[in-house]
Design a protein around this ligand. Structure first.
Ligand SMILES: Nc1ncnc2c1ncn2[C@@H]1O[C@H](COP(=O)(O)OP(=O)(O)OP(=O)(O)O)[C@@H](O)[C@H]1O
Ligand SMILES: [Mg+2]
Length: 279
């Protein structure tokens, strides 16, 4: 994967379909993601966001179509090659939606050390990375705790830290702010922007339109039919009410607007929240 810096996209997803037994998860998705982009992948529950990210991370593979990473086919076969697999794992980091599926070490410190050690960093350098990452994420107090009995938000931070410690070029975040308190959310938003300033590629699956507005320079929308329903810059996509309604990212909502008690229906979202009490 030495050909970064050229105009080869980081990911090229070509007519990809996927089902879990009978359940369709992706139906003919094509997209490209270029180096340095900050992409938000929006879609309602079950639209296929996590499935797509798992594919970009080489955890599952298309039933139809194919995926390239930096010009190389991403397939079971390709990942059997130790050199390719190692580079891929170094360059692409994935923070799962479900932290419990990600964390397995007896302590937070060991969890964060796992990636750097696995990549063969010398002990001393790995130790430095772990300390830096604990510090950046404000996790020093939790360093010796077992991840399994941390709170949900703490677990999410540890999962983020374990990926940060690998220092990949490409970050895949699946609902990274779910369960985080407001301060941690804004910390995460700043982190994404800083990673981007450092030239990293960041793909974030979320249903949070406000998060997408803050962290993305391009927004992809997965429809409930598991196809790409729209894409474009945030100020276009996030103001396209029809697209957002069709994709179930906002909903028609009944409000009592004034003392006359008139009800009417209009699209409602947190992005365009208009600060009155719901009837
Ligand atoms: N392991 C699985 N086995 C069977 N079906 C699955 C599995 N994982 C996902 N699915 C189904 O595939 C479809 C896409 O799921 P996916 O998790 O990719 O959606 P999502 O957009 O990430 O949803 P959410 O917003 O709830 O995280 C859904 O219909 C889901 O029920
Ligand atoms: Mg998901």
């Amino acid at each position: 994967m030495a050909d970064t810096g050229s105009d080869v996209p980081v990911f090229r997803v070509d007519s990809v379909s996927y089902r879990y037994r009978e359940t369709v998860a992706l139906a003919g998705i094509s997209l490209t993601i270029d180096a340095g982009e900050r992409v938000a992948l929006l879609g309602a529950n079950g639209s296929g966001k996590s499935t797509l990210l798992k594919m970009l991370d080489g955890l599952i593979f298309p039933d139809q179509g194919h995926i390239e990473v930096l010009g190389h086919e991403l397939s079971t076969e390709a990942l059997k090659d130790d050199g390719f697999s190692r580079m891929f794992r170094q360059q692409v980091g994935f923070v799962f939606q479900n932290s419990d599926a990600q964390l397995f070490s007896p302590s937070v410190r060991e969890e964060i050390a796992f990636g750097p050690l696995h990549l063969g960093l010398p002990l001393e350098e790995a130790g430095r990375r772990v300390d830096d990452t604990l510090h950046i994420m404000g996790l020093e107090q939790l360093a010796d705790r077992p991840p399994y009995n941390l709170s949900g938000g703490e677990k999410k931070k540890v999962a983020l830290a374990s990926v940060l410690a690998i220092s990949p070029d490409v970050f895949l975040f699946d609902e990274p702010t779910a369960g985080l308190d407001p301060k941690t959310v804004s910390f995460l938003e700043r982190m994404v922007l800083q990673l981007s300033d450092a030239g990293k590629t960041v793909v974030t699956a979320t249903q949070d339109l406000e998060l997408a507005r803050v962290i993305a320079d391009r927004v992809l929308v997965l429809g409930e039919d598991h196809r790409l329903a729209g894409e474009g810059p945030p100020d276009e996509v996030l103001t396209d009410r029809e697209l957002l309604l069709d994709s179930n990212l906002i909903h028609d909502h009944s409000h009592r607007h004034d003392e006359r008690g008139l009800e009417h229906i209009h699209p409602h979202s947190h992005l365009t929240d208009h600060g009155h009490q719901h009837g």
